[in-house]
Design a protein around this ligand. Structure first.
Ligand code: SAM
Length: 306
């Protein structure tokens, strides 16, 4: 089971109207959903999205007796359209708990984990075309390098990419274990002793396969537009790239003026649409990190629609 991270904190920021309409854009195993429903009135509604059909169906079954939830198999980047199809133009809260779930990581065949041996896949939505295999075996050297540097911040990216390109000349790299072994052989022994040497490469490939950063950038402006005054936007991130996008977006939306500081008179007509509720991101307490090690890198940012 996936253990929801920062559950109590998230619900307390998200909840502002017990009979309101909420969006859980990343419902996963439904941990946050359950916490939210426990605090909502019978008239409330929750639109729960996940782009992973297997996950969505399992969670739909779990909540089948709760008429307040509507499940939708869709990428949250299409949030406005999904809501319009339900005749909704405004909601009271949007929750995004980004990244993969424990169910996805633990299911060997999904190819997310460097601990298991599976075909290189990493698609959250198995109906998407692009897989990790395609990237590893068909992208040219400069694109691979860009992905590992930009999305993985992998300092040994040049050496790992060189090894990938060299191996490809002999045979395709088909499985997670083949890639892991190749990475281990491409980095110094000291690096292998730190954290798992394949961690950053796998993160980079996963982000690229699922266009995770593009999806966040696309949904944030939609979420703000969809919120009623007082409505809440809560985003939980698990790595610095996502957190930076969320932080900058919230800061921009919280500014009344975006003119250059040297300009004496405001001409931008920009209006603040958000009030930031978490001056610093909320992080799990040590007890939570101990009981759920996957929560360690989580950061929650919350804002309220002005
Ligand atoms: C960290 S888990 C969410 C866990 C959930 N909050 C819980 O408590 O069980 C993230 C989920 O978001 C889904 N997801 C990631 N990106 C998505 C996107 N762009 N659109 C829809 N779902 C997405 C993943 O498939 C995964 O199931």
């Amino acid at each position: 089971m996936h253990q929801p991270v920062l559950l109590a904190e998230t619900i307390s920021y998200l909840l502002n109207k017990p009979d309101g309409i909420y969006v859980d854009g990343t419902v996963g195993g439904g941990g946050h959903l359950q916490g939210l429903l426990q605090n909502l009135d019978p008239q409330a509604r929750v639109i729960a999205l996940d782009k992973d059909l297997d996950t969505l169906e399992a969670t739909r079954k779990r909540f089948q007796h709760d008429p307040r939830v509507v499940f939708v198999h869709e990428d949250f980047r299409h949030l406005t359209r999904v809501l319009a199809e339900k005749n909704l133009t405004k909601v009271d809260g949007v929750l995004l708990d980004l990244g993969v779930s424990s169910m996805q990581l633990d299911l060997e065949e999904r190819g997310f984990s460097f601990h298991d041996d599976a075909r290189l896949d990493m698609r959250m939505n198995r109906q998407d075309k692009l897989t990790a295999w395609d990237i590893v075996n068909t992208y040219d050297e400069s694109d691979l390098l860009r992905i590992l540097v930009q999305y993985g911040e992998e300092k040994y990216a040049p050496s790992i990419v060189r090894s990938i390109i060299k191996r490809r000349q002999e045979k395709t790299i088909d499985t997670t274990l083949e890639l892991t072994e190749l990475i281990k052989a491409s980095v110094p022994a000291s690096y292998r002793r730190e954290k798992h040497p394949a961690r950053k490469t796998f993160q980079a490939l996963r982000i690229a396969v699922n266009d995770e950063l593009g999806a966040v950038e696309t949904v944030l402006p939609q979420a703000v537009e969809l919120l009623n005054p007082g409505g809440r936007l809560c985003v939980i991130t698990f790595h610095s790239l996502e957190d930076r996008i969320v932080k900058r977006f919230m800061q921009w939306e919280a500014r009344a003026c975006v003119c250059p500081p040297e300009q004496p008179v405001c001409t931008c007509n920009h209006q603040a649409r958000l009030k930031i509720l978490t001056r610093k991101p909320v992080q799990p307490r040590p007890e939570e990190c101990r009981s759920n090690p996957r929560s360690r890198s989580a950061k929650l940012r919350a804002a309220s629609r002005i």
